[in-house]
Ligand binder design. Sequence first.
Ligand code: TMP
Ligand code: ASP
Length: 258
Amino acid sequence: MKSHRNRLYEGKAKILYEGPDPDTLIVHFKDDATAFNAEKKAVIDGKGVLNNRICELIFTKLNEMNIPTHFIKRLNMREQLIHKVEIIPLEVIVRNVAAGSICKQLGLTEGEPLPRSIIEFCYKDDALGDPLVAEEHITAFGWATPGELDDIINMTTRINDFMCGLFSAIGIRLIDFKIEFGRQYDGEVSRVILADEISPDSCRLWDVETNRKLDKDNFRRDLGDLVEAYSEVARRLGILKEENGKPKPSKPVLVKSD
Ligand code: TMP
Ligand code: ASP
């Protein structure tokens, strides 16, 4: 880590540094894991490297599909160069199958398919515990304009379609996920682009055959080895080397790209 770089912000799982240009930043993926608004914490060796690579693959494909993201390029094992945005204070959640908080709220059984995919919004405020809000709150309080909200919903629907296909092709069911958007400014004009990350930290991913959880619920609910699970996702996505029946290396071996 170069010490001359200016650290702008440290979150629960990532650090933001100034980028080489005024409209870029560098995001660093940490090994830190938190759950329940950081009540539960751990450092999980290798998580940041895996999330960086999985996020790179997904954001690259979204950029190619003309769904604009903040991702420019991966710099190294833990860092990406990204466009600077003003984060819209919303967690946008897509649910395809009932799990997590919707089960508690509505008395649903985990694993129950939903009548259709549902988009939820939470207001990003740790002190309030990121409360669920309606579109009315978002536009009334000015967290996003009606036009921005339309763009967010359209992009979110396309992202869900793409991600369902991507994961289904590798034997994984996309149960739900959380994304965040930001405003990218060009002078006075701004457009909404996908920001933050998409990784097994922010998705629920279940093996199609066995329902094995391949996501952060392993940490939240002490279900199993998180790095093993994320490595399995990376392996199926072609990021981790296939082992061809050879003994497993003690640490994940990432495939070189560039
Ligand atoms: P939930 O069922 O706990 O509301 O979570 C829905 C999805 O959002 C799930 O894929 C996990 C993800 N998520 C985050 O990425 N960050 C969070 O802080 C929370 C609560 C959920
Ligand atoms: N963002 C949550 C936390 O506060 C983690 C989660 O459940 O994903 O710690």
